[in-house]
Write a protein that binds this ligand. Structure first.
Ligand code: GDP
Length: 279
């Protein structure tokens, strides 16, 4: 795999912007991909979230293995975070997220109420790697209340707060963070889930990684999708599995085309609900 410039300047800037605004933020929502609770986690987020109430959202849980999502939820709870799993695309669990934001900000709001405030504003920022669903969650929270508050042209460009129908306001630009990228396996996992650009990888390499992973952890899903028997899968090498699958799908020996097709099916959840970081 080629060496990749994983941390370009603008990534650093996004992180710094979030750091700069930390004083204004009451709650940080760290959005993770439920299929990749470790690999989609930014290695530096720890420093940011230590300073603020912090919610972990395991998003895209519709695509992840529900047993694993439960285990990861317990894991993050034990770490001391507020945790919620959701499928933002289909708008599940949004009212539970709102409740959790209020709970996370309780200390601050109670203080303000004691001082006489009636309904103190809670300011929230989202952060996460590209494509984990930050914008989708923001849109769900904001809904039709897309009015921007505190927008002063020229000064607050990209730093406005979006109103919701509750007392929660959301920083309109989520913090874009970069995933951990400590080894090739993490890279393949991110690529498999569509979290990093395709052109960095060869689809067939990623497909081979997926075949190996499914063989080890989700064999039944592989059997169903591959149209091969368990026994056949066990006697073939991974490249031969890829080739036979290609043939089973009528693509002759065009395994490259099949690999792309397979990854598309995987990302849509059509192979099964698969978690790549196993607890
Ligand atoms: P961002 O880059 O973090 O802002 O990610 P987006 O909000 O743009 O979402 C990236 C893609 O993931 C979009 O195609 C969304 O429709 C999709 N998406 C977001 N949340 C979910 C989810 O919970 N489940 C599924 N299946 N797809 C989601």
């Amino acid at each position: 795999m080629a060496t990749i410039q994983w941390y370009p300047g603008h990534m650093n800037k996004a992180k710094n912007q979030l750091e700069d605004k930390l004083d204004l933020i009451d709650v940080i929502i760290e959005v993770l991909d439920a299929r990749l609770p470790v690999s989609s986690r930014n290695p530096m987020i720890g420093n940011l979230v230590k300073k603020k109430p912090h919610i972990v959202v395991l998003n895209k849980c519709d695509l992840a293995d529900p047993v694993q999502t439960k285990l990861w939820t317990h894991y993050f709870q034990k770490e001391g975070s507020f945790v919620i799993s959701m499928d933002a695309q289909h708008n599940t669990n949004m009212s539970a997220l709102i409740k959790l934001i209020k709970l996370a900000a309780k200390e601050k709001t109670e203080k303000l109420i004691a001082k006489g405030a009636s309904n103190p504003i809670i300011r929230v920022a989202l952060a996460g790697i590209p494509n984990c669903g930050k914008s989708t969650i923001i849109n769900r929270l904001v809904g039709r209340n897309a009015a921007i508050v505190g927008d002063r042209p020229g000064v607050t460009k990209g730093q406005s707060w979006l109103k919701t129908k509750t007392n929660i306001q959301i920083l309109d630009t989520p913090g874009i963070l970069w995933p951990k990228f400590e080894d090739q396996t993490v890279g393949y996992k991110l690529a498999a889930c569509g979290a990093i650009k395709e052109d960095i990888f060869h689809a067939d390499d990623v497909a081979l990684f997926v075949i190996k992973f499914l063989k080890a952890h989700y064999l039944n899903d592989l059997v169903k999708f591959s149209r091969l028997s368990k026994e056949r899968i066990e006697e073939l090498t991974d490249p031969d599995i890829l080739l036979e699958m290609t043939q089973n799908y009528g693509m002759r020996d065009d395994y490259d085309r099949f690999a792309i097709f397979m990854l598309q099916r995987l990302r849509k959840g059509k192979i099964g609900r698969i978690t790549f970081d196993l607890r």
